[in-house]
Design a protein around this ligand. Structure first.
Ligand SMILES: [Fe+2]
Length: 169
């Protein structure tokens, strides 16, 4: 699957040309404007989606409780990786993904995503399970303590991205 995704995003220009732009997204309850998503496939053993990441928002650290792979085909998706610690999680490294780049996130991986001010990201996200059906964790952006993942808590834990000048909430 990883090599298939790598092949797919290697021709990122073709994906840009063939995947329509998402309609403008409404602001969340707390005023964040996150990127749209389109679910291409959802089953017990596999979820595939196209996900946009918009500038201005530092999305909260979270896990997936399953292996995931990401392939970027437009813009830049900034990744922050975390490791579990005695008190929650701690930031370990960062990486910016550009068109054609793929990464594999192991079953226990924890990451947070954002996009730089001038380059919203579009990427294919693949999860080796039903990402909408599993119990997983979100981490508070300040305390880095774990909490059960909910959509409302994801919204609550978003913060203005200090690396951009276009924060929305
Ligand atoms: Fe994620």
């Amino acid at each position: 699957m990883t090599s298939l995704l790598s092949e797919l995003v290697a021709d990122h220009a073709a994906l840009v040309a063939s995947i329509p732009a998402f309609p403008e997204q409404p602001a969340s309850a707390r005023g964040w404007t996150l990127g749209g998503e389109h679910i291409c496939h959802q089953a017990d053993d596999l979820t595939i989606m196209v996900l946009d990441t918009l500038p201005g928002v530092l999305q909260p650290p979270h896990d997936h409780a399953m292996t995931a792979i990401i392939g970027v085909f437009q813009g830049q998706e900034d990744q922050r990786f975390y490791a579990r610690s005695d008190t929650g999680v701690s930031l370990t490294r960062q990486r910016s993904l550009l068109p054609g780049d793929t990464i594999v996130l192991g079953e226990n991986a924890i990451h947070a995503i954002s996009a730089p001010a001038d380059r919203p990201a579009r990427a294919v996200h693949v999860y080796f399970g039903d990402i909408y059906a599993v119990d997983r964790s979100l981490f508070h952006p300040d305390t880095l303590q774990a909490h059960p993942y909910t959509g409302d808590r994801y919204d609550e834990f978003c913060r203005p991205d200090p690396d951009t000048a276009t924060a929305t909430g």
